[in-house]
Design a protein around this ligand. Structure first.
Ligand SMILES: [Zn+2]
Length: 313
């Protein structure tokens, strides 16, 4: 690799996906695989490669003007030929939205759309290739997908669209049939952490790297989860108080659910299975309703029953 491992364009693993991308000449790509394994990182890498002035052995050089723009900010690339569109996951109040969605106006020209992706992709690139990423293509509504199809059928020669989704099945068939699939699996990332992180088991490079970069935040999240679990054996009031703390941490970082899942896996198998079930229901409720504290309180009551049941009460 031409760039250092901590460089924003560095990719962990995914050699097969990179090989496929170097040879494919498709204008629409569908990246599928579990969240946080590095799909968007590879999308940025590919966009950098397509625009690099002097690629070296199939890697972006990391030094030319285009590559430098890809590495410009910690929030993501500030490259004039690269854009990411993602569903709105948060409401204005900062809470999880009921149903994250990419709106038609995000993709094609509408009166209320400030800068839709389609017309942006049609404008001439400053470097070589305009790359538009739709991260969360599974949440494209049928209307939005259909409006965007016209663009996907006849994209300009200098435009590439990358759809990112958990699986081929999660995306509308009309989009799947027009895109070249690139599959992503779990990757192994050697990250030094005070405690084993559940993301290591799941092969989620992004999560692991973030935890390694912010070990204090990771420890703080673990502490909230452990305090919550200890609280299950205490009085109801205290348990629910700790549930509120958990819910707060969870609404800030989705990874908190994975930490909780990892801790629950230490429970005896049958209790663990039932706890997982309860956690799954809670996650569904959180995705569907705007009352997160109630959902987590319900989870807490269910887990409390399991803990108390184990004590023979
Ligand atoms: Zn370069």
């Amino acid at each position: 690799m031409s760039v250092a491992p901590e460089h924003p364009l560095a990719v962990f693993g995914h050699e097969e996906a990179k090989r496929v991308l170097r040879t494919l000449r498709a204008h629409t790509l569908l990246f599928t695989g579990p969240p946080r394994v590095g799909r968007r990182r590879v999308a940025r890498w590919y966009a950098a490669l397509l625009n690099c002035r002097a690629p070296q052995r199939g890697e972006p050089c990391g030094a030319c003007e285009s590559c430098r723009l890809f590495a410009a900010t910690p929030e993501g690339p500030a490259h004039p030929d690269y854009r990411e569109v993602a569903p709105e996951r948060e409401t204005k109040a900062g809470r999880r939205s009921r149903r994250p969605q990419i709106r038609i106006g995000d993709l094609v020209a509408r009166d209320d759309a400030p800068n839709p992706l389609g017309p942006w992709l049609e404008a001439r690139p400053r470097f070589r290739t305009r790359v538009g990423v739709i991260d969360g293509a599974e949440s494209l509504s049928e209307g939005a997908a259909n409006a965007f199809l016209k663009f996907l059928e006849e994209p300009p020669s200098y435009a590439v669209v990358i759809l990112i989704a958990p699986s081929v099945q999660s995306v509308l068939p009309t989009l799947v049939s027009r895109s070249a699939p690139v599959r992503f699996g779990a990757v192994h990332v050697p990250a030094k952490l005070p405690e084993p992180h559940p993301a290591a088991r799941l092969g989620r490079a992004g999560e692991l790297l973030e935890a390694a970069a912010h070990p204090d935040a990771f420890s703080a999240q673990l502490a909230v989860v452990d305090r919550y679990l200890l609280g299950l054996g205490k009085g109801l009031e205290e348990a629910l108080e700790r549930a509120d703390a958990l819910e707060k941490a969870w609404s800030e970082r989705a990874e908190v659910a994975e930490l909780l899942r990892a801790r629950l896996s230490a429970w005896p198998p049958e209790r663990y299975a039932r706890a997982l079930h309860a956690l799954g229901r809670c996650e569904e409720a959180l995705a569907a309703y705007a009352a997160p504290s109630v959902a987590v309180q319900v989870l807490t009551l269910e887990l409390r029953e399991l803990v108390r049941g184990a004590r023979g009460r």
